[in-house]
Design a protein around this ligand. Structure first.
Ligand code: BGC
Length: 402
């Protein structure tokens, strides 16, 4: 195996952490990523074996992942923590391409939907794994008024604006800076969204910091700074399937720490009410199988839940479990809401990683966020970022098996 130390590209980071870790490009991995196939169900040593052989090598590697139609090169980074969990993230859309975590037998599986190659993401991506912005979810009629000015945004979902518009943050190439960190490995991505992009006011500098910690957490920390007041609602849009594609998500058990949700109209725009979930199929305050009541929810789940935790504090938002594999994911966030989307628009027309057909409910999203259409609802927590104020937001996905 050829190991090449990354020099200038990693700059100071590498020097700082040199004594603790080594950052390597693994030629074999480069080749594997280059040909675009990483197995979904690779048998890895069970924890007991791993302990006997010593911990997995913690590292960050980089490889080319293809070129966009305009010739821009896209890289993919593989983050591996000391327990062998792996997250692959590419510079296009800051997309989490795969996430391998163990089941209760120690078998690793990729628990996010996506494609084997860049081409799939470019041609048809319903936001698989992407960072969504400038505004996650919908803004009614693509219109809002701020400081006495009415702004008109791109509309890409009927008459509404969805997930940042025609070319949101999921379709741009981010600058990447890999990092070895005290408690794991990380990748810092940055993007400058220009004044007027998709109709939004002001330049917005966005930073997204993914970390894969040795406590088996995938942490996503966001920062944004604007030079004019603008709405911002950043989120991560992975479609999770904790069975690693063995079955759909209707048998997954979900707990949402939310007593209320924001009911929507036919266009999925909040009516403005915060309705109690108690006594309805929307209630996930105690763990419930997703499929048990989904037929009673028109169109399936695609709703923003109002989290019970105090605003801004990092509190528990959700716990998702796949009982047969034993995989569990907990989500903690500083955000006031979480969009539970049960993959209702997947319809079997997408063939994803490893040739798997993604039928309805084959993956689900749990998008930590501010509420949809907040710029048009003064009663909702504000999404406006003002010049001189830095938006900070943190979401943690914690993995274990039982
Ligand atoms: C939205 C859905 C939308 C989907 C797009 C979700 O965040 O809530 O309504 O269809 O993203 O993939």
């Amino acid at each position: 195996m050829l190991l090449i130390e990354i020099g200038a590209a990693f700059g100071q980071e590498k020097n700082d952490m040199k004594t603790k870790f080594s950052v390597v490009i693994t030629a074999a991995l480069t080749l594997a990523v280059g040909i675009g196939s990483i197995s979904c169900k690779k048998k890895q040593p069970a924890p007991a074996d791993a302990a006997a052989k010593g911990p997995a090598r913690m590292d960050v590697t980089r490889a080319p992942f293809g070129t966009l139609p305009d010739g821009t090169a896209v890289d993919i980074y593989t983050l591996t923590n000391k327990n062998g969990l792996k997250a692959r993230i590419m510079t296009y859309g800051a997309i989490l391409v795969s996430l391998e975590v163990p089941d209760k037998a120690g078998v690793f599986g990729d628990i996010v939907l996506g494609y084997d190659t860049l081409d799939g993401y470019v041609k048809n991506n319903p936001y698989f794994g992407a960072i969504v912005g400038r505004y996650g979810n919908r803004i009614a009629k693509g219109r809002f008024t701020l400081g006495g000015v009415t702004y008109k945004l791109a509309t890409n979902n009927g008459e509404n604006h969805l997930h940042g518009g025609l070319k949101g943050f999921d379709k741009v190439v981010w600058e990447a800076e890999p990092r070895m960190e005290e408690d794991g490995v990380g990748l810092k991505l940055s993007y400058l969204s220009k004044d007027g992009e998709e109709g939004y006011p002001g330049n917005l500098e966005v930073k997204v910091h993914y970390s894969l910690t040795n406590d088996n957490e995938l942490r996503i920390a966001y920062e944004a700074e604007a030079d004019k007041a603008t709405p911002v609602n950043l989120t991560h849009h992975s479609y999770f399937n904790l069975s690693a594609g063995a079955r759909d998500i209707l048998g997954h058990e979900l707990m949402l720490a939310a007593d209320r949700y924001t009911p929507v109209d036919k266009g999925l725009i909040p009516t403005g009410k915060l309705a109690p979930v108690k006594g309805t199929p929307m209630d996930f305050t105690a763990p419930m199988t997703i499929g048990s009541r989904i037929a009673k929810v028109d169109g399936g789940y695609d709703h923003n839940y109002v989290l019970n935790k105090p605003e801004v504090a990092t509190g528990l938002a959700a716990r998702l479990a796949d009982p047969p594999s034993g995989r569990v994911m907990e989500i903690y966030t500083t955000e006031p809401g979480i969009q539970f989307y049960s993959g209702n628009f997947l319809d079997g027309t997408i063939t994803g990683k490893g040739g798997r057909v993604y039928a309805k409910h084959f993956g689900l999203c749990l998008e930590t966020q501010h509420f949809p259409d907040s710029p048009n609802h003064p009663d909702f927590p504000s999404t406006i970022v003002y010049p001189g104020r830095v938006l900070k937001s943190l979401t943690i996905h914690k993995f274990y098996a039982k």
